[in-house]
Design a protein around this ligand. Sequence first.
Ligand SMILES: Nc1ncnc2c1ncn2[C@@H]1O[C@H](COP(=O)(O)OP(=O)(O)OP(=O)(O)O)[C@@H](O)[C@H]1O
Length: 290
Amino acid sequence: MDYALELRGISKSYKNFKLDNISFKVPKGCIMGFVGENGAGKTTTIKTILNLIHADKGNIRILGMDYMKDQLAIRNQIGVVFDESFFHENLTLLDISKIMKHIYSKWEDETFFRYANTFKLPKDKIVKEYSRGMKMKLSIAVALSHQAKLLILDEATSGLDPIVRDEILDIFLEFIQNEEHTIFISSHITSDLEKVADYITFIHEGKIILSESKDNLTDNYGVVKCKKEDFEKLDRNHIIGIRKNKFGYEVMIDNKREIIKQMNQKKYSNEFCLDNTTIEEIILFKVRGE
Ligand SMILES: Nc1ncnc2c1ncn2[C@@H]1O[C@H](COP(=O)(O)OP(=O)(O)OP(=O)(O)O)[C@@H](O)[C@H]1O
């Protein structure tokens, strides 16, 4: 398989935080959602990928290249969006397009103004007069207008209303119709990622807890609700997390097909039930389940 992004054994220590031996791969042609709670290490990971901070250990390949050797080629081929705007407050769309022409070798005015039009960005206003959502859309328009192959977005949809978020997610889906295109997007909003991501990587306290295809997660993970005697029959190796309540046990398992087979073979009592789950629930069980 071809990978757009590969992180191997990345570590970075701050006084009260450590990015701890992070490894994962983003296959070409897909969207990977990067999820984690506040302070989990998402931005630190992304800044390390972009060479904005230096890892203490490990190595990173972007589109098969190494930042140390191919900095310019990488810069030209990735589009980056952070959750805050980096454009000077007094610039208009026209000023920005003139500047970008000098920064990116494959800058496309036509694409930029087409996105600006789609996003209803005003031509006559300066960035200072933009709302937060407009600034975010401006960053996304720039990221999409220089033939980037890889988009890296840090909380790019978080401050936006549901309608605008949906509009942007559709644009991301359109972008990856080209199989050379890849998106790596961090977000708190797991429902957004549920909608568009092909892979989910979950970071918790600086460590990667899970990095899997979304299909794998939805096919294999489920929540069992049962009493103690049925709980005792579950395979411990496939229990991800447990919650006890006054009715019995809620158990996140990762062997859904096996459980369905066992249910058909009447291994469990009538009170035993198995529900589908969401990415958010998997994460909550991993972090907060017993
Ligand atoms: N320059 C720095 N010096 C010291 N500590 C830092 C620095 N940058 C980040 N940290 C710490 O590293 C940890 C991870 O921060 P990071 O911004 O990567 O988290 P995050 O997952 O992006 O969080 P959020 O979702 O809130 O943006 C935090 O505890 C933060 O305080």
